[in-house]
Ligand binder design. Structure first.
Ligand code: GCU
Length: 687
């Protein structure tokens, strides 16, 4: 098998076959949909490769008796005669769930994989493959339920083939204004996504090409949907709200103009004629130069609902992005604060969005920094569907040239308890739609989005270790309660093999990598401190200051950090009261968010007893050293992993080790220059 990384975690490397002797070689698929057929073929392919004996699959109706023993049976709960778990009995209809049962009776074996939908059956098949690939015992009975309906990736691909904030080569969907003829990679990608439970993929940039919805283009997107379909991945598109004008030739794009309403309806009908399982639209409007409903004095709800009503008869959804802010803020104004924008722009429309509109909210109030508090908008919207937007593409976090395992951060975000109404309301439950149910008591529509930006490079994301982020996203989106240690361990085993020496080293490196990256860049909630006017890569400390973008950290002579307390911008007050109080006080504010909420003198004593500035110096030295240790750690694995990927990771770790020193010195020197406080260990300013 290829070791260029293209197989990712679906390598199906041989495992200890004797352990799985009882797994029958005959696979019987009860349904005949393309998805179920893909599941049958995948099982045969994976099991044959891992267990080094031939597996066959066929589509057959269920039969009692001998025909159903000594077989792996894959079908719906109903077709397998298991009514206990079928869809009708579920409290959340439409939520994917599957069960695997392994039974041995008088020398015959049977594996049942039952699902609530063809996709769920496919997820069950992938799960069985994963358990065997990771050398685990097949449990006698296991049931898995997806947390939420929306588990999508967003790809920021442009029709010309470039990818905004993509770090692994050009697009595998588009080139020169058209969809590629050969969509093998698109289909392989959908297979990877579905293997971790992802059920939708928006293939184009949120900064959408203006002519994206022309009829000529739509016919081309239909081919991408065809490539995705066997894997149960729905195609979605980002649209620009000016489309009725630009594509349709109408005089305006005012969402309340009846001709505009009719245009969207006709356009959506046209899409569904070509793509009957189309997922829906993502909308970026009134943000970073994109036009939007504000041009006509209309609200986000006005705009979103027009699209939603066109999509509703077909089952489509609108992901309306909460990332709306003014990028021409006045930095001289101590009350100006980009972080406030989400709540300020959306809360007054709570309750006005149709039931198939979901507000897609970035995890933090700024923009994918190495650490931000979670967006207060999650607790402020009570009658609106929400999804969380996470970024697998490492825009501000090392661009897949540094290893950083983002699920550690995402888990911290998802577990954050916003304490709305003084109740336990962790972010994960809010986006699952469970915290603020609909008036009829049912869960709201919601979910998880990963901005992934995979590219044409063989291994999808450039750094072999970065694939653990995409894998981890899928796993957390399926079940945000799965422990990080189990997620990373399964990924490592599937990607690098089951040798415990290999797994121990890789798991440990990944699990600490967020803390390490944060430590040599911008700790204490400062922001990542990358060069924000360039490529968002490498230190560019003051690039965030004194401009309209609002990513300020206000590093002054007297101290550093944004005052977002009641006395400052009042951002802390956007949280429910108990959290607002915690963040507002310098005493109770968590130190990893201190400079996000407070303007703090450099000699302020932290809980460790160190001054802020000394802690910054020390954290940078410690973290850069930790990053440097990735290299010798990795070298212990020479000969235990294939040489191609070994060499690639070695090169990347060597780069990271050096770049971490560049970061360390840039930040520490800047702090020394600004604070004029010497490092007690005499390191800073002396090289
Ligand atoms: C960031 C990113 C942009 C992107 C934007 C968005 O600002 O740098 O490239 O368009 O987020 O999420 O819309």
């Amino acid at each position: 098998w290829a070791e260029d990384g293209s197989a990712a975690w679906l390598r199906y490397a041989p495992v200890e076959a004797a352990k799985y002797e009882g797994v029958p070689s005959r696979i019987v698929v009860l349904g005949n949909s393309v998805v179920e057929r893909a599941a049958g073929a995948e099982l045969a392919k994976g099991l044959s490769a891992m267990l080094a004996r031939p597996f066959t699959w066929s589509v057959q109706p269920f039969q009692f008796g001998a025909a159903s023993t000594n077989a792996i049976l894959l079908g719906s709960y109903r077709s397998l005669g298991d009514h206990t778990m079928d869809e009708a009995s579920s409290s959340m209809p439409g939520t994917d769930r599957y069960s695997i049962r392994f039974s041995r009776q008088r020398g015959s074996h049977r594996v049942l994989i039952a699902g609530s939908s063809p996709q769920a059956e496919l997820y069950g098949a992938f799960h069985l493959l994963e358990e065997i690939g990771a050398d685990r015992v097949i449990p006698e009975h296991e049931t898995q339920v997806a947390s939420a309906a929306i588990r999508w990736t967003d790809e920021w691909d442009n029709l010309d083939g470039t990818i905004e904030r993509g770090y692994a080569g050009p697009s595998f969907f588009f080139k020169d204004g058209h969809v590629l003829q050969d969509l093998t990679r698109a289909s392989d990608y959908a297979r990877l996504l579905s293997s971790v439970g992802i059920n939708g993929c928006n293939v184009n940039n949120v900064n959408a090409d203006l002519d994206l919805l022309s009829s000529e283009h739509l016919r081309e997107y239909a081919r991408i949907a065809d490539a995705f379909r066997p894997w149960g991945v729905k195609l979605a598109l980002s649209v620009d709200l000016t489309a009725p004008q630009i594509v349709g030739g109408l005089p305006s794009f005012d969402p309340l103009d009846p001709t505009v309403v009719a245009w969207w309806k006709q356009k959506v009908d046209e899409i569904y004629t070509l793509i009957p399982d189309f997922g829906g639209f993502t909308v970026k409007a009134d943000s970073e130069g994109r036009l939007g409903p504000s041009k006509y004095g209309r609200s986000p709800a006005d705009a979103a609902n027009v699209l939603a009503r066109a999509l509703a008869p077909h089952g489509g959804v609108v992901l309306y992005r909460g990332f709306v802010y003014n990028n021409h803020l006045d930095w001289r104004d101590p009350k100006a604060d980009r972080a406030r924008a989400g709540v300020d722009n959306f809360v007054r429309f709570d309750g006005q969005f149709d039931s198939n509109v979901v507000i897609q909210i970035k995890e933090g109030p700024i923009d994918f920094q190495a650490r931000e508090p979670v967006s207060p908008l999650f607790a402020a919207l009570r009658q609106t569907n929400m999804a969380i937007e996470l970024q697998t593409s490492q825009e501000y976090t090392g661009q897949q040239r540094h290893m950083i395992w983002l699920p550690s951060m995402w888990k911290w975000v998802l577990d954050t308890d916003l304490q709305a109404d003084n109740r336990h309301t962790p972010v994960k439950q809010i986006v699952e739609g469970r915290s603020f149910p609909r008036p009829d008591g049912k869960s709201r529509l919601g979910g998880f989005i990963s901005v992934t930006n995979a590219g044409a490079e063989a291994n999808w994301l450039h750094h072999p270790m970065a694939m653990a982020n995409l894998y981890g996203f899928g796993k957390l989106a399926w079940n945000p309660d799965e422990p990080l240690s189990s997620i990373i361990d399964t990924w490592t085993r599937l990607t690098w093999g089951n040798d415990p020496r290999v797994d121990q080293v890789i798991d440990a490196l990944q699990l600490h990598s967020w803390q390490v990256y944060e430590g040599y860049t911008g700790p204490n909630g400062m922001g990542t401190l990358t060069n924000i006017l360039g490529y968002h890569f490498g230190p560019g400390i003051e690039s965030a200051e004194r401009n309209g973008w609002g990513q300020w950290f206000r590093g002054e002579k007297d101290g550093i950090g944004m005052d977002r307390t009641a006395a400052g911008t009042g951002f802390a007050q956007q949280y429910p009261p108990s959290l607002a109080a915690k963040y507002d006080s310098i005493e109770s504010c968590p130190e990893n968010l201190l400079l996000f909420f407070h303007h703090v003198p450099y000699d302020h004593r932290l809980r460790s007893g160190k001054t802020l500035v000394q802690s910054i110096y020390d954290t940078h030295y410690l973290s850069a050293r930790a990053a440097g240790e990735y290299v010798p750690q990795w070298m212990t694995l020479k000969g235990l992993v294939d040489d191609d990927r070994y060499q690639l990771v070695l090169r990347l770790f060597t780069f990271q080790a050096g770049h971490a020193i560049v970061w360390r010195d840039a930040i520490d020197d800047w702090f020394y220059w600004r604070s004029q406080i010497a490092d007690v260990h005499g390191r800073v300013g002396n090289h």
